[in-house]
Ligand binder design. Sequence first.
Ligand SMILES: [Zn+2]
Ligand SMILES: [Zn+2]
Length: 350
Amino acid sequence: MKGLMKTAKGPGHVEVRDLDKPGLPGNDWVLIKIKAAGICATDIHILHDEFPRYWPPVVLGHEFSGEIEQVGAGVKRFRVGDRVVAEPKNQACGVCDVCREGKTQLCIHRRAPGWGVHGAMTDYIAMPEHLLHKIPDGVPYDIAALCEPLAVAVHEVTERARVECSDIVAITGAGPIGILAAFVAKSCGAHKVLMTGIGRSEAIRFPVAKGMGVDVVVNVEKEDPVRRVMELTNGKGADLVIETSGAGAAILQTVEMAKTCGRICAIGLGAKDLASLKWNSAMFKALDLHFNFSSSYSSWEKALRLMASTPYDLSKVITHRTTIDHWEQVFHDIQNEKGIKGMFIPTLDN
Ligand SMILES: [Zn+2]
Ligand SMILES: [Zn+2]
């Protein structure tokens, strides 16, 4: 089988290589035939050496769905033929404080597929049973492969920021997480969702965002997003601001966008560790500020139910379906906002 690999540290060093089909490392593992593998900003950061935590040579890809082809003798809850997705939480230690609190996504020993261990941009992956979730009937494999980023959005919007029905929500950034966050907020009954983006978001990302629950889009290169938030809220500010861009200018505006006693939730990694915030203004408004990283177990279960029951068409988020042989074009398009979510579908080979 072939796999898309990061072969060495440094910018570049990504290529398609021949690989051996993996075996089962333990009794409680399963072998999954990959049906769809999503391209995440993390994969693009690894390509450019902008994400510090990866151990090459490693197959890229942590967002995937597939069918179980083989089960270890100790596997209890899954059978050959089951359609599954898997949380990228391999090697969480299970004994540190955060693991024992159930927050295994934050364990410092975690080695996710795609950067810590071999990932999903190939034909097969082995995963331990405890990280699997069954895909609901009727949810196709490409939609199911959105489960990881959707779980991130569910965890952020519902479990961390606790969106409420009738909230007015402002989202900075028009990437996949921003669009999925808007979809989750609207699914929870948000009254209005405003999303900001840049000039190049207008061609593809804004139209898709509007189909996924966004009411107002703002190109920050043409309009002042804070003014638009105030217009939408009778000068009060948004109940909830969700920062997904990681851009300094957007982070700086979050405090101005929020209403007094509003909430800000941040998910977008920035280019630098340092970012500016209007500290005193946030104090005077008594804002709640949450950070979020990765997803919880419960957010995966909620994301799967949401996929199965939503009236929205999640397939609109997927702009590219191809094989790993065309990885350079897809990575380029996603990075330049000529797409939203790209999927590698191995069976397109046939
Ligand atoms: Zn991802
Ligand atoms: Zn741990």
